[in-house]
Design a protein around this ligand. Structure first.
Ligand code: GTP
Ligand code: SPV
Ligand code: MN
Length: 599
């Protein structure tokens, strides 16, 4: 029996211990020494590879099981008491039934393993916007990743002992060990239908079983900071969103903070760390994945980064595309599912470094450039401390957060959506957020290719009914003391393609040209033309000085394709219909007005 001053914590932990039957228990203090010991144990057990210490000091490589490589959306459940509260976009199971199923799985599931207790804070410890969780897990890999991605250990436990509320997060890889059985290098449940990523929103409870990867297992991230937190946010009048946060400084030194919602693997990390190509402008990072926003005393929305590390997509990361990320991941970084070179370094596709003649691929097999397979998995990830990022903003951990001037929303759209659209007003902005779509990526397993609607990039992360979620965004607008202080909302699209299937817009650092126009709009100097879909940059308002783009291409990415938009309207209407009665009426009338403006 473990004992704590906080009786809720004590009861819960002892209940879990009794159910899961671990061999031993480890309460994480969060120290460097603890991290080092865990890493050494995993290296000794053959689960981790310590990389070449001269090239990559403090870095490790893990290879996951080939079936356990990304989030599993079809095994992710919102078990609210009533099905209608989960809504049409979530997998719902009755909580009593789900608990019965999972209790059987959890029975004895930690046999032969250590049960780790991780007290963690999402957001700076003690900030009025932060919240606390406790993850119980049987994975040392999870402990190591949580230590980078969140603030863990004694300081957080002290707050819980003082009586702070905490979210209960239970995780098991789902692979108990028989006496004497040798562990595998990446234990997980043997089949996909034994994996459960379950959320009980009314109880603020998470039960995850069977996967050790990313958002399935690091429960502070998508499970808590988005799916549970967005329910808390609705109840308490704030926002928990899948957004990067960046700081931008203009040549005169004027600062603005911008949040951006993009679906998984659609460019948040890259945008958050961008190196502007427009002279005199500077971008610094506050966060790259999760933004929690609350109204401040002055009536503005203030955002914090809920995390303290980056769990970023590796393939495509290079000195060309994202030098700041490249610099960040040279030390103290965990790599999962990339290639291992013969000299103990890492390699991946799109690294900008020529492929070595031989390496060991992410599945542990010999690899040569002509072998027909990629060395890294498409959803290979780095886990790296945010504090190491060369462009992290000094105020990134300010407990008060940063005041948000603009919100970007965008996905991967080969056609239809122009480079940037400014919303007419808050309600129109929420409408644009509600109709967001994106081509699917490798960040989740088993998604059909093609465009899917992904409102505010939250489709896989909404802990409640999509209609109520969109209504909450509208309510936030109504709750603003001074509507003029609400952030302006912009839809962007870096991914429009030409007839040859090539991206028209160069993207990455060149996206600073769009940010510049947005900042100038806020300052009152940027010029726009009103169109049927929203305000677009006036001719010449977008700074393309020094950019190698043809007139024709520029026209194409700023063009309002009426035919395509009319087709889009039909598809949006279908989608809205699937939301049922809870679709906010304001959004259907936005759709009808759009149709009128287009015809
Ligand atoms: P999650 O961590 O899954 O939430 O992803 P993310 O939204 O942070 O995406 P990330 O920045 O890691 O980018 C994912 C992929 O998109 C990478 O392969 C990038 O190279 C690519 N990408 C990012 N920005 C751009 C851009 O401006 N243009 C183009 N063409 N590709 C981009
Ligand atoms: C995403 O898929 O949006 C991610 C990676 O940020 S994961 O943490 O696995 O969800
Ligand atoms: Mn993400």
């Amino acid at each position: 029996m473990l004992s704590f001053k906080n009786s809720l914590l004590e009861e819960w932990i002892n209940e879990v211990v009794k159910l899961c039957q671990p061999d031993s228990i480890h309460l994480c203090d969060g120290s460097q020494q603890e991290y080092d010991i865990l890493m050494q144990e995993m290296v000794d057990a053959g689960m981790a590879i310590s990389l070449n210490q001269e090239k990559k000091p403090g870095c490790f490589l893990f290879r996951s099981h080939p079936t356990d490589v990304a989030r599993v959306e079809n095994r992710t459940f919102i078990a609210s008491k009533k099905q209608e509260d989960a809504g049409p976009t979530n997998n719902w199971v009755d909580p009593i039934e789900l608990k019965a199923t999972m209790t059987k799985l959890y029975s004895g599931c930690m046999k032969g393993r250590v049960l780790y207790i991780i007290p963690f804070s999402m957001g700076p410890i003690g900030s009025p916007i932060s919240k606390i969780g406790v993850e119980i897990t049987d994975s040392a890999y999870v402990v190591a990743n949580m230590r980078i991605m969140t603030r863990i250990g004694n300081e957080v436990l002290a707050l819980i002992e003082e009586g702070w509320e905490f979210v209960k997060c239970l995780h098991s890889v789902g692979k108990p060990l028989e006496p004497g059985e040798k562990d595998s290098t990446w234990p997980c449940a043997p089949s996909i239908d034994q994996k459960y990523i379950s959320h009980f929103p009314e109880e603020r409870l998470i039960w995850s079983y069977g996967s050790g990867y990313g958002g399935n297992a690091l429960l502070g991230k998508k499970c808590f900071a988005l799916r549970i937190a967005c329910v808390q946010a609705k109840d308490e009048g704030w926002l928990a969103e899948h957004m990067l946060i960046l700081k931008i400084t203009d040549p005169k030194g004027k600062i603005a903070y911008i949040c951006g919602a993009f679906p998984s693997a659609c460019g948040k990390t890259n945008l958050a760390m961008l190196t502007p190509t427009v002279p005199g402008w500077k971008v610094e990072t506050i966060g790259d994945d999760i933004s929690w926003m609350k109204f401040g005393e002055d009536g503005r929305l203030y955002a914090i980064n809920a995390e303290s590390g980056f769990f970023g997509v590796v393939p495509g990361t290079s000195m060309q595309s994202n030098p700041a990320a490249m610099e960040t991941i040279q030390k103290n970084t965990i790599y999962t599912n990339v290639g291992l070179t013969d000299d103990g370094d890492v390699w991946w596709e799109g690294s900008g470094i020529p492929a070595p003649e031989h390496l060991i691929d992410w599945e542990g097999n010999d690899w040569t450039p002509d072998c027909g397979k990629t060395a890294a998995h498409a959803n290979a990830r780095f886990t790296t401390p945010a504090a190491q990022c060369p462009v992290i903003a000094p105020e990134w951990e300010d407990p008060a957060g940063v005041p948000v001037s603009a919100i970007l929303i965008g996905g991967r759209r080969a056609s239809t959506i122009p480079l940037v659209i400014e919303s007419f007003n808050w309600e129109h902005g929420i409408f644009l957020g509600s109709i967001m779509g994106s081509e699917t990526t490798a960040a989740a397993i088993g998604l059909a290719a093609g465009v899917r609607r992904d409102p505010f990039a939250m489709l896989p992360f909404m802990g409640y009914h999509v209609g109520d979620y969109l209504q909450h965004w509208l309510d936030i607008g109504k709750a603003a003391k001074d509507p003029a202080k609400l952030p302006s909302i912009y839809m962007v699209n870096w991914f429009r393609k030409n007839e040859e299937g090539k991206f028209i817009w160069p993207g990455y650092g060149e996206n600073s040209r769009v940010l510049k126009w947005i900042v100038e709009r806020a300052e009152g100097t940027g010029e726009a033309v009103a169109t049927s879909i929203g305000n677009l940059p006036a001719p010449k308002a977008l700074d393309i000085n020094g950019l190698n783009i043809s007139e024709n291409d520029l026209e194409m990415i700023l063009h309002v394709d009426k035919e395509a938009w009319l087709a889009e309207i039909d598809s949006i209407r279908e989608n809205f219909k699937s939301y049922g009665e809870k679709l906010p009426p304001g959004l259907s009338s936005q759709l009808e007005s759009l149709k009128e403006r287009l015809s």
